[in-house]
Design a protein around this ligand. Structure first.
Ligand SMILES: [Zn+2]
Ligand SMILES: [Zn+2]
Length: 346
């Protein structure tokens, strides 16, 4: 059905309030397409919005959601190379094109970046109109539920690239939520020897199901285990994906001489970091924020080829009407990894 029947959407209305709304669809303007959304994944950023922590940017009421898959329903004027029925995901970044970051070739760090689903309407709706420049093609064989993991997988691909991870290196990943697991999976596929640090037993069990080596940091075994694993040297790379102050310390302490720490998680506040350690080991600290188009296309390829164990990472799929319950389940924290919302119109 590609007509313009009213479609349903999930609206963030203010802290801890999600409402189900209807929207009157309009035909896509020039340079835009209307996408029938299939699935939208919920992530930590969506949860921060849900908590009201990003109201300054989100400006409710706002349809949120940015990790998605779908099919093109309608193509606006002046759109070439895209057709109704094409399977797509969307890289949810709109750059300005003129700021110093854009001009330097880093559009994902645009000073005036518009993030779809945060600064502009998102994908938790049956039908989403977006600029054609944001589309990323999905291969015919890609499953739409799995393809909703493209965006967080692109974060992982970017992080591994920013860390300069090389085959054979030892890499510690601090934090075993969906992004941490994806970083660990991409790092392992690069040929690194990966150790995942996570205390939550459900997250640890998912990681072990995926064949990842895990370590609970809550005891005092961390230094011992890392020491044994690396013959006393420490890890070449540490990915900080926990967003916790303790995670920063864990990552820094685990690094070898000339080790690299990639900061992947969003921290809600400034954190302390041991500068004596940074100095004495000549550590490098790199930020890994979002992704570029090449990272996104790599991520789509990894998913289509089955290199991302999407089946294991997706804990459950809820219908659009139950999006609020899906947020509550994630908020409660225990027992779920990635939750998708089925956004298909019936
Ligand atoms: Zn996200
Ligand atoms: Zn810019």
């Amino acid at each position: 059905m590609t007509g313009l029947a009213n479609h349903r959407c999930v609206v963030y209305a203010g802290a801890r309030r999600l409402t189900l709304g209807t929207a009157e669809p309009t035909p896509p303007p020039a340079g835009h397409v209307r996408v029938d959304v299939a699935y939208t994944g919920i992530c930590g950023t969506d949860l921060r919005i849900f908590h009201g922590d990003m109201d300054g940017r989100v400006d409710p009421p706002r349809v949120i959601g940015h990790e998605m898959s779908g099919r093109i329903a309608q193509v606006g004027p002046d759109v070439r190379e895209w057709w109704p029925g094409d399977q797509v995901t969307i890289m949810p970044l709109i750059r300005c094109g003129g700021c110093p970051a854009c001009r330097a070739g880093h559009p994902h760090l645009c000073h005036r970046l518009i993030f779809l689903g945060i600064d502009a309407p998102g994908s938790l709706q049956n039908s989403w109109t977006v600029p054609a420049s944001a589309l990323v093609r999905l291969p015919l064989e890609a499953r739409l539920d799995h393809a909703a993991l493209a965006e967080p997988t692109a974060v992982a691909v970017h992080a591994v690239r920013r860390a300069g991870l090389r085959p054979g290196e030892k890499a510690i990943v601090v934090g075993g939520g969906p992004t941490g697991l994806l970083v660990a999976i991409v790092a392992r596929r690069t040929g690194a020897d990966v150790l995942l640090v996570e205390a939550d037993p459900h997250r640890t069990s998912v990681a072990e199901e995926l064949g990842l080596r895990t370590l609970d940091p809550s005891g005092d075994r961390l230094a011992l285990v890392v020491g044994e694993w690396t013959a006393g040297a420490g890890a070449a790379v540490a990915f900080e994906v926990s967003g916790l102050a303790a995670g920063v310390a864990t990552a820094v302490d685990a690094l070898a001489v000339r080790g690299r720490m990639a900061q992947v998680a969003v921290h809600p506040a400034p954190r302390e970091i041991s500068l004596p350690r940074l100095l004495s080991r000549e550590l490098t600290l790199v930020g890994a924020c979002l992704y570029d188009r090449a990272d996104f296309e790599t991520a789509v390829g990894l998913i289509a080829d089955g290199d991302v164990p999407a089946r294991t990472l997706i804990s459950r799929i809820e219908p659009l009407e139950r999006a609020a319950q899906a947020f509550d389940a994630l908020d409660a924290g225990m027992g779920v990894m990635k939750v998708l919302v089925d956004c298909r119109a019936d």
